[in-house]
Design a protein around this ligand. Sequence first.
Ligand SMILES: Nc1ncnc2c1ncn2[C@@H]1O[C@H](COP(=O)(O)OP(=O)(O)OP(=O)(O)O)[C@@H](O)[C@H]1O
Ligand SMILES: [Mg+2]
Length: 339
Amino acid sequence: MSQQPNLQPTAPAVRDSILDTATPVPEAGVVPREQLARARVLVVGDVMLDRYWFGDVNRISPEAPVPVVHVQRQEDRLGGAANVARNAAALGAKAGLLCVVGHDEPGERIVQLLGDSGVDPYLERDPALPTTIKLRVLSRQQQLLRVDFENLPAHEALLAGLARFDALLPGHDVILMSDYAKGGLTHVTKMMEKARAVGKPVLVDPKGDEWERYRGATLITPNRAELREVVGQWKSEADLLVRVTKLRAELDIAALLLTRSEEGMTLFTNDGVLHASAVAREVYDVSGAGDTVIATLAVMLGAGRPLVEAVSLANRAAGIVVGKLGTATVDYDELFHSH
Ligand SMILES: Nc1ncnc2c1ncn2[C@@H]1O[C@H](COP(=O)(O)OP(=O)(O)OP(=O)(O)O)[C@@H](O)[C@H]1O
Ligand SMILES: [Mg+2]
């Protein structure tokens, strides 16, 4: 390390301005394991399979000027709503997953991986649907190509899912909507109305700029880009507060948690603005951190813990998960006994 002055002039300034307008979230204590085990979280949304093919490149194809990859290894990981459900289960909660998959090999693989993760699968099958899969071809740590298969689920499968939601609602404490804009949440508004009618909290990880469909959410967790799409670019923390307050009032959203990557996360409610600074020691892999955040929030609320405590723990979980390569979950011991 050379003796250079701090060359990151903006980072401290940004943090100062957040904490000028926001109160720090107090550090949470230990929540008993048994309490988390009683939390029953139902995740509804878009599932996907993240598949990785690893191989060597030794020649260029005679058919076109492209490398030929000889595939030697395949790795599969749960993505989207399935990754959220897996995160809730990893913390020791009971986690169910309601979604639509196809009648194909990736769909079967998702079922198998959910079983390994201890998630209760409530899968509607759409025989005409290719299960959403993102296939990456890699050679020497270099991604050469990504191939996506996806389509909108059929009407019938979505309606069956809505009926199944009614049946599942009484057996769960918290509903979590994980939106990846693949059509799995076509009936999100109806589902949220049903949950609200029986007094169950609904958490939403949003996508897109049509937030009318999330009306009445208990808690919504956009990242910076997702919030910007809806309220526009804010000029300052004070301006952000004005925009978020207006949005929450218009859509009857009780709480908004803005996740801000390396800046941590900011909670907006009628009680004011709270901020948790990022706590990551090392950052290896930030993808999926948002899934860990909302899963942790749902588990804590399902266990009956207050929102502010849930935010503190979600921030801590995110700080742990971004330090991991590969596995993207945090378990009970890591969350409570390793910091
Ligand atoms: N570079 C980083 N340094 C430290 N903490 C980070 C970093 N990136 C993410 N985090 C932690 O993870 C939380 C969620 O990250 P982020 O705001 O990027 O969510 P996201 O964009 O929804 O993530 P994704 O969609 O990739 O799962 C942050 O609030 C922070 O606590
Ligand atoms: Mg996200």
